[in-house]
Design a protein around this ligand. Structure first.
Ligand code: HEM
Length: 421
């Protein structure tokens, strides 16, 4: 590991095996930006799978790094809470900033009632209708790409495609759809500790988002012929129609961020993984039906959300460690997805695995991703359309990816590519 790389705290990134176990802190976003996180996870899985970190910016927290322990936490919501008032579902406490209720940060029964309102958007019948639209739009985006010229795959393909899908789900004014991209980035970015100006600007932008969506709500709340978009569903749903404005904003942001960054980074991560594993790219070109099993493999490999966090509601035991009521427990999906004891050859990207959907990227239990089938469909369609257009020539990654500095969103700011003519 390079000693030249500096962490956000100004210190060098040290060899994961050279420091005492109790000094390992997985929360440093620079470990993710520099892609240096892997030996840390490997060491913890082997030596201390449920690991206590005294904590820096985020206070003390437990890191859960093995597949089965993560599954245990995720499926025991009666012990491990998602409630926003206890801190929410990310390492950084929700209560520290702008308090936005949303159903991913609720326990039953309110969570279940609100989730039920939006679930029909991804019912099989609706997915089949959406597939045609997504295929047509993906085709147009791919047909507009330059040949024999370097361009940014993130901006031209990943962002554009996911933004178009979101605009469709919300029935959002088409020409203004990049607002959704911006609000998603602002909502998920977070600001540095103590940077009050940046935090003020962030909140102002989110309030703009709230005002925009309130307008759309007002237009649709009493529609006599209701559409089947997410805003109409929330405005007319029994469990959501009386939400406070901040709760509406919270749920809107959940749907924007949930459907945006994650799919976007899987589209980018897939192309990168295929370039890093040219034998797999060749296997795919030789047999395009492998797209079906490749898609979940991309989602495992990328793990677009590195972690989800819970708060213990009572004293309990996990992997032989005593967890106290109120403790912060972080499930590192990204590490569980590389757990060799559960997933064979977990550290290899293999597009024709026997059980490709055996991964943690969508979570498990009552909060398992609502959009998981939609995300898979979108990735499948993109790859089918890519292979139709360029069946023999691989799209080449021609420079280093720029990774995002975040311990939550695992993704890319840019990826330079070239389509050979
Ligand atoms: C929840 C990942 C795409 C909407 C989640 C969770 C994860 C996740 C890890 C939390 C699970 C847990 O706590 O157990 C992903 C990944 C995606 C993706 C990796 C793409 C590859 C989408 C899409 C949508 C969406 C396309 C829809 C627009 C949601 C919502 C929740 C959620 C609404 C909250 C569910 C609840 O609390 O009950 N997602 N997601 N996601 N996701 Fe996704």
């Amino acid at each position: 590991m390079s000693e030249a790389i500096l962490t956000t705290n100004g210190g060098p990134i040290v060899d994961a095996y050279a420091i005492p176990l109790d000094e390992i802190d997985l929360s440093d976003p620079e470990l993710f930006r520099t892609n240096s996180i892997w030996p840390y996870f490997e060491r913890l899985r082997n030596e201390d799978p449920v690991h206590y970190c005294k904590g820096g910016d985020y206070g003390p927290f437990w890191s859960v790094t093995k597949y089965n322990d993560i599954m245990h936490v995720d499926t025991n919501h009666a012990i491990y809470s998602s409630e926003a008032t206890l801190g929410g579902v990310a390492l950084r406490d929700q209560t520290e900033g702008f308090f936005l209720p949303m159903f991913i940060m609720m326990d039953p029964p309110k969570h279940d009632a609100q989730r039920k309102v939006v679930s029909p958007i991804v019912a099989p019948g609706n997915l089949a209708i959406l597939e045609g639209t997504i295929r047509e739009r993906a085709g147009k985006i791919l047909d507009s790409l330059p040949i024999n010229e370097t361009f940014d795959w993130v901006d031209r393909v990943s962002i554009e495609l996911t933004t178009q899908m979101l605009a469709t789900l919300f029935d959002f004014p088409w020409d203004e759809r990049r607002k959704l991209t911006r609000w998603s980035d602002v909502a998920s970015a977070g600001t540095s500790y103590g940077d009050e100006e940046a935090e003020k600007a962030r909140r102002a932008e989110l309030l703009e988002c709230a005002a925009y969506f309130s307008e759309l709500w007002n237009q649709r709340v009493n529609a006599t012929e209701p559409g089947d978009d997410l805003i109409t569903m929330l405005a007319q749903g029994e469990a959501t129609k009386n939400m406070e404005p901040m709760e509406y904003l919270g749920n809107i942001l959940l749907l924007i961020v949930g459907g945006n960054d994650t799919t976007r980074n899987s589209i980018t991560g897939g192309l990168l993984a295929l370039n890093e594993n040219p034998d797999q790219y060749k296997k795919l070109r030789d047999n395009p039906t492998l797209v079906e099993s490749m898609v979940p493999e991309i989602i495992r490999w990328q793990t677009p959300l590195s972690h989800m966090r819970r708060t213990a509601l009572e004293d309990t035991e996990l992997g032989g460690k005593q967890i106290k009521k109120g403790d912060k427990v972080v499930m590192w999906y990204v590490s569980g997805n590389r757990d060799e004891e559960v997933i064979e050859n977990a550290n290899s990207f293999i597009i024709d695995r026997d059980r490709p959907r055996q991964h943690l990227s969508f979570g498990f239990g009552i909060h398992r991703c609502v959009g998981n089938r939609l995300a898979e469909m979108q990735l499948r369609v993109v790859w089918e359309e890519i292979l139709k257009r360029w069946p023999a020539t691989p799209i080449e990654v021609v420079g280093e990816p720029e990774r995002i500095s975040s311990n939550l969103i695992k993704g890319y700011a840019s990826l330079p590519v070239r389509i050979p003519g």
